[in-house]
Design a protein around this ligand. Sequence first.
Ligand SMILES: *[C@@H]1O[C@H](CO)[C@@H](O)[C@H](O)[C@H]1NC(C)=O
Length: 180
Amino acid sequence: MTKIDLAIVLISMFIILSLHSIVGNAAEAAKSGEEPKSKHPKEETPEDILKAHNEFRAQVGVPPLVWNETLAKYAQVYAKKRVNDCKMEHSMGPYGENLAGGYEDSTIADSVRFWATEKPDYDPASGKCKSGGFDCGHYTQIVARKTTNVGCAREKCTNGWYYVICSYYPAGNIEGEKAY
Ligand SMILES: *[C@@H]1O[C@H](CO)[C@@H](O)[C@H](O)[C@H]1NC(C)=O
């Protein structure tokens, strides 16, 4: 065996061992029920977005949402309309609506989990936000019992941020109304 042959064998072994450890880590993550962190926003599916919503709904005993292409299309059209200013301004359409500014590698599901950080602020007994005002309104839209359908979109703005919008039907984030 020449020195070059030996080097090739060693490099091949290194690659095989590395692959083994990557596959092993993915299997480990699957076993513990953790989301693999490597999912690229471009690979995100409606199922991923539904799952993010439905986990928070299940926590409070509310039935899961289903994906609706009409809503996804509506969200897409509005997101495209905002790419030049990326403004967190509501579309004033007929649907419930959550907006967020996202990073290049953050998914829509990440935005859903971000909205849901308002959960501790919601008081289910009164149906109000503990902080007063409507600061838990993103969370209440996620878990609203009367909402059954969702569709979301994500578009890159000219300033480099990502515009994230989810549209909900029937609208559930109505101030003064209990979410569930
Ligand atoms: C999807 O959403 C649209 C718009 O709100 C609604 O009219 C339609 O019934 C929904 N589709 C389904 C299958 O629920």
